[in-house]
Design a binder for this molecule. Structure first.
Ligand code: ADP
Length: 172
């Protein structure tokens, strides 16, 4: 078991970590789901900073301050919309996790919380997404010991079960 990767059941907007990740859309101008919750909790200054960023490509990431959030930074990444799996969705999802963690390292973040990127309205199958996420995070951490903790903040029990299973599968 990788002791730096954990899951919790909870609301990512409440987490007191160096950076939380936002499952954004390519406009970076807010949306529903976790994106809407993060913008509501952070306040209007977050949207104002996002307007200066000129959007973000799927699989890439951009960082802002956290404003009224307990987290110091928000790392925004547009996940892939699931179109059946032949549109590079797995590679793009892995790239989201890598891009976010790269920005975290560049900004001195040691604790990073992720939501379950793409498994809400973007309909990426949870079983596949959880394995990709956990394997990508584990690979990144091998090369970057300066990151102390990465958590998947799961909004419901079913999501948590899948990420827990993917973590348990890392060993063997
Ligand atoms: P996407 O468009 O990438 O699919 P969604 O926001 O629709 O993003 O869903 C991604 C995941 O985030 C889903 O598992 C959803 O239940 C979860 N989620 C929604 N609100 C929150 C929140 N406040 N904290 C953590 N996770 C959340």
């Amino acid at each position: 078991m990788n002791e730096k990767i954990k899951t919790i059941l909870g609301d990512i907007t409440k987490q007191n970590v160096d950076a939380i990740v936002n499952a954004a859309n390519t406009s970076l101008l807010g949306g529903g789901g976790v994106d809407g919750a993060i913008h509501r909790a952070a306040g209007p200054e977050l949207l104002a900073e996002c307007r200066t960023l000129n959007g973000c490509r799927t699989g890439e990431a951009k960082i802002t301050k956290g404003y009224k959030l307990p987290a110091k930074y928000v790392i925004h990444t547009p996940g892939p919309v699931w179109h059946g799996g032949s549109k590079n969705e797995p590679q793009l999802l892995a790239s989201c996790y890598r891009s976010c963690l790269t920005l975290a390292v560049e900004n001195g973040c040691k604790t990073v919380d992720f939501p379950s990127i793409s498994t809400g309205v973007y309909h990426f199958p949870l079983e596949k997404a959880s394995v990709i996420a956990i394997n990508t995070i584990a690979d990144f951490l091998k090369a970057h010991p300066e990151i102390e903790q990465v958590r998947m903040v799961c909004f419901d029990e079913k999501t948590k079960v899948h990420y827990d299973r993917a973590i348990a599968a890392l060993e063997g």
